[in-house]
Design a protein around this ligand. Structure first.
Ligand code: ZN
Length: 289
């Protein structure tokens, strides 16, 4: 059954995916993607490891799952080829993928998502969901192995992309290049931040673990909260002052307790005597009235 007869061509999502399938029909040097067999909402893709990185020479294959609301909702990306940067068979976290519907824009496309994926590969994982921190050597080994990797649906993936300068990919739109630029910028910021983080205390780490499930990664967080650094500094200040103050108080209390110990005993003795007298008075009043 052809795709045309299976889907409602009046649906904006279907119309949009049909158009994208047509636009991406010819593989480029960097990426190739097409819907599988007869499902317009699941695509398989192949991207080439970015040159001058530990992924150079590698071919990475995966699935793109499109929500029924596409393009209003972002696609989910799952890598299948072991690569050392993203976990396989798991929805990965790009600030433009399904984990971050708020950053997705309907004018973006599957091509935009693939470009972002390529741009994200050499960036640091910094504990984001679905990211791995393999060493460059391990990644290079995986890049070599990926050349013979086969998809159970599509077969050998290294053949999916074309080689040579003959077919360069279509020029980037202004939106795409500004998106890629912000990825590069964030990658740099994250590298710097990671160094600072290593020096931070265990307390901070614990705090970070606490809000881990709600975030996919700093990379995305920075995107939405430009003041996040400020807040974390503020939080650190609070944490520091919080850990110092009670200690001072306790010390003061100990200092106060030690010299006044004898006085306290006298006072409590006096209180007991008064209570005892009151009790006697009450008993007298009740029984001898
Ligand atoms: Zn495949």
């Amino acid at each position: 059954m052809s795709l045309e007869s299976k889907y409602n061509l009046k649906s904006p999502g279907v119309k949009r995916l049909m158009r994208e399938a047509l636009e991406l029909k010819n593989p480029t040097e960097e990426y190739y993607a097409s819907p599988i067999e007869d499902n317009l909402f699941e695509w398989h893709f192949t991207v080439r490891g970015p040159p001058d990185t530990e992924f150079e020479g590698g071919f990475y294959h995966g699935r793109i799952l499109l929500p029924p609301q596409y393009p209003m909702q972002p696609p989910n990306i799952i890598l299948l080829t072991p690569n050392g940067r993203f976990e396989v068979n798991k929805k990965i976290c790009l600030s433009i993928s399904g984990y971050h519907p708020e950053t997705w824009q309907p004018s973006w496309s599957i091509r935009t998502a693939l470009l972002a994926l390529i741009a994200f590969m050499p960036t640091k994982g910094v504990g984001t969901i679905g990211s791995l921190d393999y060493t460059p050597e391990e990644r290079k080994t995986l890049a070599q192995k990926s050349q013979n990797w086969e998809c159970t649906t599509c077969g050998k993936i290294a053949d999916k992309l074309i080689t040579g300068d003959t077919a360069s990919s279509p020029a980037l739109t202004q939106e795409e290049s500004s998106m890629l630029q912000s990825i590069a910028l964030k990658a740099e910021e994250d590298a710097n931040r990671k160094e600072t983080e290593n020096i931070e205390s265990a307390e901070e780490n614990k705090e970070k673990e606490d809000d881990k499930p709600t975030r996919c990664g700093r990379m995305a967080k920075v995107f939405h909260e430009p003041d996040s650094e400020e807040t974390s500094v503020r939080r650190r200040d609070i944490a520091e002052s919080g850990s110092n103050e009670p200690q001072v108080e306790v010390n003061d209390m100990i200092n106060q307790i030690q010299p006044s110990k004898d006085k306290d005993i006298l006072w409590s003795l006096a209180i007991y005597i008064i209570l005892f007298l009151i009790a006697i008075l009450l008993i007298r009043r009740i029984f001898f009235m």
